[in-house]
Design a protein around this ligand. Structure first.
Ligand code: ADP
Ligand code: MG
Length: 830
């Protein structure tokens, strides 16, 4: 089993292990604390991690970095002021992971590990987490979503063993992220039914509010700090060292208020005139409550949205399980109980539940490493290889066990025993494959021993890991995908691009799918051009600009064996691992060419001026839609669009207030808000396109009927067409642009098939190619010969030969002419 689990948190990280049916959280050997602050300091040549690093916040001559988890998957880096170079969020995270390795006092050195991520982490953030694990020296990293981890911890060690559970809500509010998930059990396995979250909402935001609304006004009153509020977040500004210090003070006061009604804040600072300013301030719980109202409301509205989508009422939930350090806040606990009207469960340890769950999960995951080779002995006994299969966690009282042997097993015997002595299979003749039902002790960790003996009762050495089964604990069925994964494809008719959903939100990982698409323009072999297909994450109904690009698939014209002709089929196979690594293979049917691993993941980059421009474009787009909706007397839609316009304006104003060197995550938040608004706009105007595409469908049908009349289709083509028509009602009722487009594609495919079989059509194309208007062929003499040969084929009614003449003439056309004939914008597939 993997056995080691890590909570790589924004604020705090921890490491735990599963051993003999129990969880052990390792403590920091320096101070015995079970968590490590996710803080790193660089002082001279020294790298300091954790509590000590935290103490350097705001000190001169030291670079201290915090909350880098919020920037995972982005291209942001952290510059060092004391020496050359900079570090990525991945580098910093890997330093935390390495430090955590040092907590393990048992002498073990795990090569594989489970690392938790928020359920809302996107593909780029997940990939970055795996990368950090690899950088810290783990050969294999398995990701686990935090709400599942917390639920596993609660059910497996704290919860009573119930047969039936209603679904429950996990409310995880940590330092940097908010996550809520509906978790349920079916058939003894736990799964996340849905989740929602905000990657930029947590305790740090509360600290920031306290700093802005309480501390900065107090300082401004007591001393001379010009423009403090505006410049404190500027990485190059005069107050850059004040920011972490004030944040630290704010946090201290906030934590104090979870226990008492009032906190004392003391600040001793030098102002701009060099005067020492001393501030002493009492900060009351009711002031904090005022600041928390808005963020709390946001978490509740996210939860209500999720419940609505799932069509369940809060009352249908068993309870809300609290996780994350920020759920210590008493006001938050009370309000959640009041607003949701369900039991608020505070039994899980808010700061340790996630790491405990990670270790539970790690204890149920088979290691992907080959069993350690034992040192060679001089023993004359033969060795057997064995592979075993069983579930490491189960609700059943017996577990089916099977083992398969390779090697000289004939004539040998085996014996299976439970290490507590409660079960003994007795000596049995060995087979190539053996099977046993292993009886288990209820709610306990069961360990079994498998021994093999030769006819002389000598024990044969086996290379096998211990057989360990935990009864009464829950496994998980697999983790859900947080959002749709889509491909961007051409909508040739509307001269735009749209999304095709490949994997749907909440589908259980791992996932695999093969799509067949048509190339929407010619791609000439050896040309600079290529097929460039973006992969995006976000709702499939939205337009590409509303979603987040996570990378692209690229096939270069340089690698093509033959020209890729418009309309030819391309097979795209996408595969996503449990840790959400995406791999893509492409097969081009026309040239029988296969391309492996053609996906290049991307990092998130948010550039303030471009973001401003994108917001302006979105704003413009909303206005156009408002005019159109009003012109069509769709007043309700128009009103909703007006609301969205207000939101865009507010977001634009927020962005205007940011410095280009802003050190907070606000620009990422704004970028996420922009996408959300754009998605809502797309949802509102979706109908418009459905009407359009339905019209297109009818046009395609009319075209097809003309072809059927004029070009003598084969009987099989007629039948294929009838089959499509038989499903017409369903296509149209689906109201899905892509399903209707699918029908259009099938008709078009049939259309061209009939045409290419028809002598009449072949003659039309041939004469078209033979005409002067395509300019000069690359090899005029060859072309001339083909034209003569084609004419002869027509005279002799040799249509296969004519078809081949057409294909070869096409190949002889200069590339610029070929591309002229086509739609040459967009992604290249439709
Ligand atoms: P993360 O999951 O982000 O790593 P945690 O779950 O450890 O973080 O939560 C850290 C956050 O919890 C910090 O913002 C911290 O200020 C806050 N926190 C910790 N203890 C308390 C407390 N007693 N009262 C209020 N907030 C707290
Ligand atoms: Mg956490």
């Amino acid at each position: 089993m993997i056995n080691f689990g890590i909570d790589l948190g924004t604020t705090n990280s921890a490491i735990a292990t599963f051993s003999s049916g129990d969880i052990q959280v390792f403590t920091n050997p320096l101070n015995q604390k079970p968590v490590l602050p996710s803080v790193i300091a660089f002082k001279g040549e020294r790298t300091i991690v954790g509590d000590k690093a935290r103490e350097y916040l705001g000190k001169e001559g030291v670079d201290v970095f915090t909350a880098f988890k919020r920037k995972m998957g982005s291209d942001e880096t952290y510059a060092l002021s004391q020496k050359e170079g900079s570090l990525s969020p991945i580098d910093l995270s890997s330093l935390i992971l390495k430090e955590l390795k040092g907590f393990i006092h048992t002498g073990q050195q795990p090569e594989e590990v489970v690392i938790t991520i928020p359920a809302s982490f996107d593909t780029m953030q997940s990939a970055a987490t795996v990368a950090a694990g690899k950088e810290a020296g783990f050969t294999h990293v398995e990701l686990l979503q935090e709400p599942i981890a917390a639920s596993l911890a609660y059910l497996n060690q704290l919860g009573e063993q119930q047969e039936e559970h209603k679904p429950w809500l996990v409310y995880d509010l940590g330092g940097g992220t908010f996550d809520a998930a509906i978790v349920e059990i079916s058939q003894g396995e736990m799964k996340v039914r849905d989740h929602i979250g905000d990657n930029f909402l947590g305790g740090t935001d509360f600290d920031q509010l306290i700093m802005e609304k309480i501390l900065i006004p107090a300082l401004e009153e007591a001393g001379h700090f010009p423009d403090l509020a505006k410049n404190i977040r500027d990485a190059k500004g005069p107050y850059r060292r004040l920011y972490p210090l004030l944040m630290y003070k704010a946090e201290e006061a906030k934590i104090q208020l979870s226990q008492s009604n009032v906190a004392e804040i003391e600040l001793d600072l030098t102002d701009q005139e060099g005067k020492l300013v001393e501030v002493f301030k009492l900060f009351y719980r009711k002031e904090l409550v005022k600041l928390l109202k808005k963020p709390l409301k946001r978490t509740l509205s996210l939860i209500h949205n999720m419940l609505k989508v799932q069509k369940i009422e809060a009352q249908d939930l068993d309870q809300v399980l609290l996780v994350g350090g920020s759920t210590y806040i008493p006001y938050l606990r009370e309000e959640l109980g009041k607003q949701l009207g369900i039991h608020v469960n505070t039994e899980a340890n808010p700061t340790l539940a996630v790491v405990q769950g990670a270790a539970w999960y790690a204890g149920s995951l088979k290691s992907s490493l080959p069993p350690k080779k034992r040192p060679k002995t001089d023993s004359p006994l033969p060795t057997l290889e064995v592979k075993v299969a069983y579930a490491a966690t189960t609700q059943d009282m017996e577990e089916f066990f099977t083992a398969k042997f390779t090697g000289p097993w004939k004539g040998m015997q085996y014996r299976l025993t439970r290490t507590d002595g409660g079960y003994d299979s007795g000596l049995k003749p060995l087979q190539e494959q053996i099977q046993e039902e292993l009886p288990l002790v209820k709610n306990a960790f069961n360990e079994f021993d498998l021994k093999v003996f030769d006819p002389l009762q000598n024990q044969i050495p086996l290379q096998i890991d211990p057989i360990q089964i935990t009864q009464g604990s829950y496994g998980i069925t697999g983790q859900p995908l947080p959002d749709d994964i889509c491909l961007e494809i051409d909508d040739v008719e509307n001269q735009r691009t749209i999304l095709d959903t490949v994997f749907e939100k909440n589908a259980v990982l791992p996932l695999k799918k093969t799509l067949i698409k048509q190339v929407s323009r010619n791609i000439i072999k050896e040309s600079e051009e290529g097929l460039l297909i973006r992969v995006l994450e976000g709702p499939g109904y939205a337009l590409p600009s509303a979603n987040q690009s996570i990378g692209h698939i690229f096939i270069s014209g340089k690698d093509l064996k033959r020209d890729l002709i418009k309309g030819s089929d391309i097979e795209i196979t996408l595969e996503m691992s449990p840790s959400r690594e995406l791999s893509v293979n492409v097969y081009l049917m026309m040239s029988d060419q296969e391309f492996e691993n053609v996906f290049t993941p991307k990092k998130r980059a948010v550039h303030i001026p471009s973001l401003m421009q994108e917001l302006s474009i979105l704003h413009e787009h909303i206005r156009e839609e408002i005019y159109e909706a009003e012109a069509n007397m769709q007043y309700e839609a128009a009103q909703k669009l007006v609301d969205l316009e207000f939101e865009v304006i507010a977001v634009k104003d927020q962005l205007k207030g940011l410095n280009t060197d802003d050190i907070t995550d606000e620009k990422f938040q704004i970028e996420a808000q922009k996408r959300q608004i754009a998605q809502q706009v797309d949802k509102l105007v979706k109908d418009k396109f459905i009407i359009k595409i339905k019209n297109r469908y009818f046009r395609t049908k009319r075209g097809m009927e003309f072809v059927m009349m004029s070009y003598q289709p084969a009987q099989s083509d007629v039948e294929a067409y009838e089959e499509i028509l038989a499903q017409e009602k369903e296509y149209l009722a689906s109201n899905s642009p892509l399903i209707i487009q699918g029908a259009i594609d099938r008709i078009n495919h049939l259309h061209s098939q009939i045409m290419w079989r028809s002598p009449q059509y072949l003659k039309e194309i041939f004469y078209d190619l033979a005409e002067e208007r395509y300019g000069k062929y690359k090899h005029p003499q060859q072309a001339e010969a083909l034209i003569q040969s084609g004419k002869q084929a027509i005279a002799q009614e040799q249509y296969n030969h004519l078809r081949s003449c057409i294909n070869r003439l096409w190949e002889l056309l200069p590339p610029q002419v070929k591309t002229q004939i086509n739609f040459n914008k967009g992604t290249g597939i439709e």
